[in-house]
Design a protein around this ligand. Structure first.
Ligand code: HEC
Length: 91
């Protein structure tokens, strides 16, 4: 193998590794769980300010709000999906 084919093989292996990581993540996560979301909301969303209740904003605004608050609060992707599900379904 010359140097560039070794580099290509290394790159390919890295890509394969990344692809399987993404896949593993997809199989363990789901679209969001209402009960888990309600708990995560109570645990996280009043840490920095008073609680914002599900009825305070229309469904279509909750998505950008929760994604913004995900970054503020350092929430995981799963917590974010769960909280979004809880907020939109109790609205
Ligand atoms: C780490 C602190 C922190 C956490 C945790 C947090 N927020 Fe916020 N939130 C803020 C700050 C700071 C603002 C002010 C606006 C900004 O960030 O641009 C804000 C603004 C908001 C707003 C904007 C409108 C308003 O009423 O002022 C909403 C709605 C909101 N947060 C909801 C939530 C929800 C839902 C969660 C849980 C997923 C959450 N927040 C978690 C810090 C936080």
């Amino acid at each position: 193998m010359n140097k560039s084919s070794i580099q290509a093989a290394t790159l390919f292996a890295l890509l394969l590794g990344a692809a399987s990581t993404v896949q593993a993540d997809n199989t363990t996560s789901d679209q969001g769980d209402f009960a888990r979301g309600a708990r995560a909301w109570a645990d996280n969303c009043m840490r920095c300010h008073n609680a914002r209740y599900p009825t305070e904003f229309p469904d279509r605004l909750w998505k950008p709000i929760v994604y913004h608050m995900r970054i503020r609060g350092g929430l995981t992707g799963q917590e974010t999906r769960d909280i979004l599900k809880y907020l939109q379904e109790s609205n």
